[in-house]
Design a protein around this ligand. Sequence first.
Ligand SMILES: [Zn+2]
Length: 142
Amino acid sequence: MKKATLILGCLILLFVSSAIAEEENIYSGKVHNQKMTGVERSFKGELICLGCNLKESGARADCKTHGHNIRLKTQNGVFLTILPNQYSDKLLADNSFLHKPIEITGYHFAKANTLDLLSYTIAEKTMSWCVACQKMDDCAQK
Ligand SMILES: [Zn+2]
């Protein structure tokens, strides 16, 4: 009986600690899990369409058929993929963000040259994930 209680106690402790380990910060959407190997970094640049941009260099891009492929072009000319997810949906879908100075912070996966979005600042307004509102907004700034 004592052994069963001890095992049950361990299972509860494991469940609680894993729930805590994947806790999401209410304003930043930051995750705290053991799997995260991305490094939090910020990049300045502008959002561009990779296809339209490469077309200027002769690439056979066809955005009319395949859609625009939005990337962050950093200040030193590197194209960075922004991981499509609930955090980046609006940023990747809203064409009004294109070709404007922007600073993007996220978990950077260097080998994939990909950023899992945490926040972005455009026109002096910073947007980050709000768990209460379930969207990217400026609640953290208020
Ligand atoms: Zn395009």
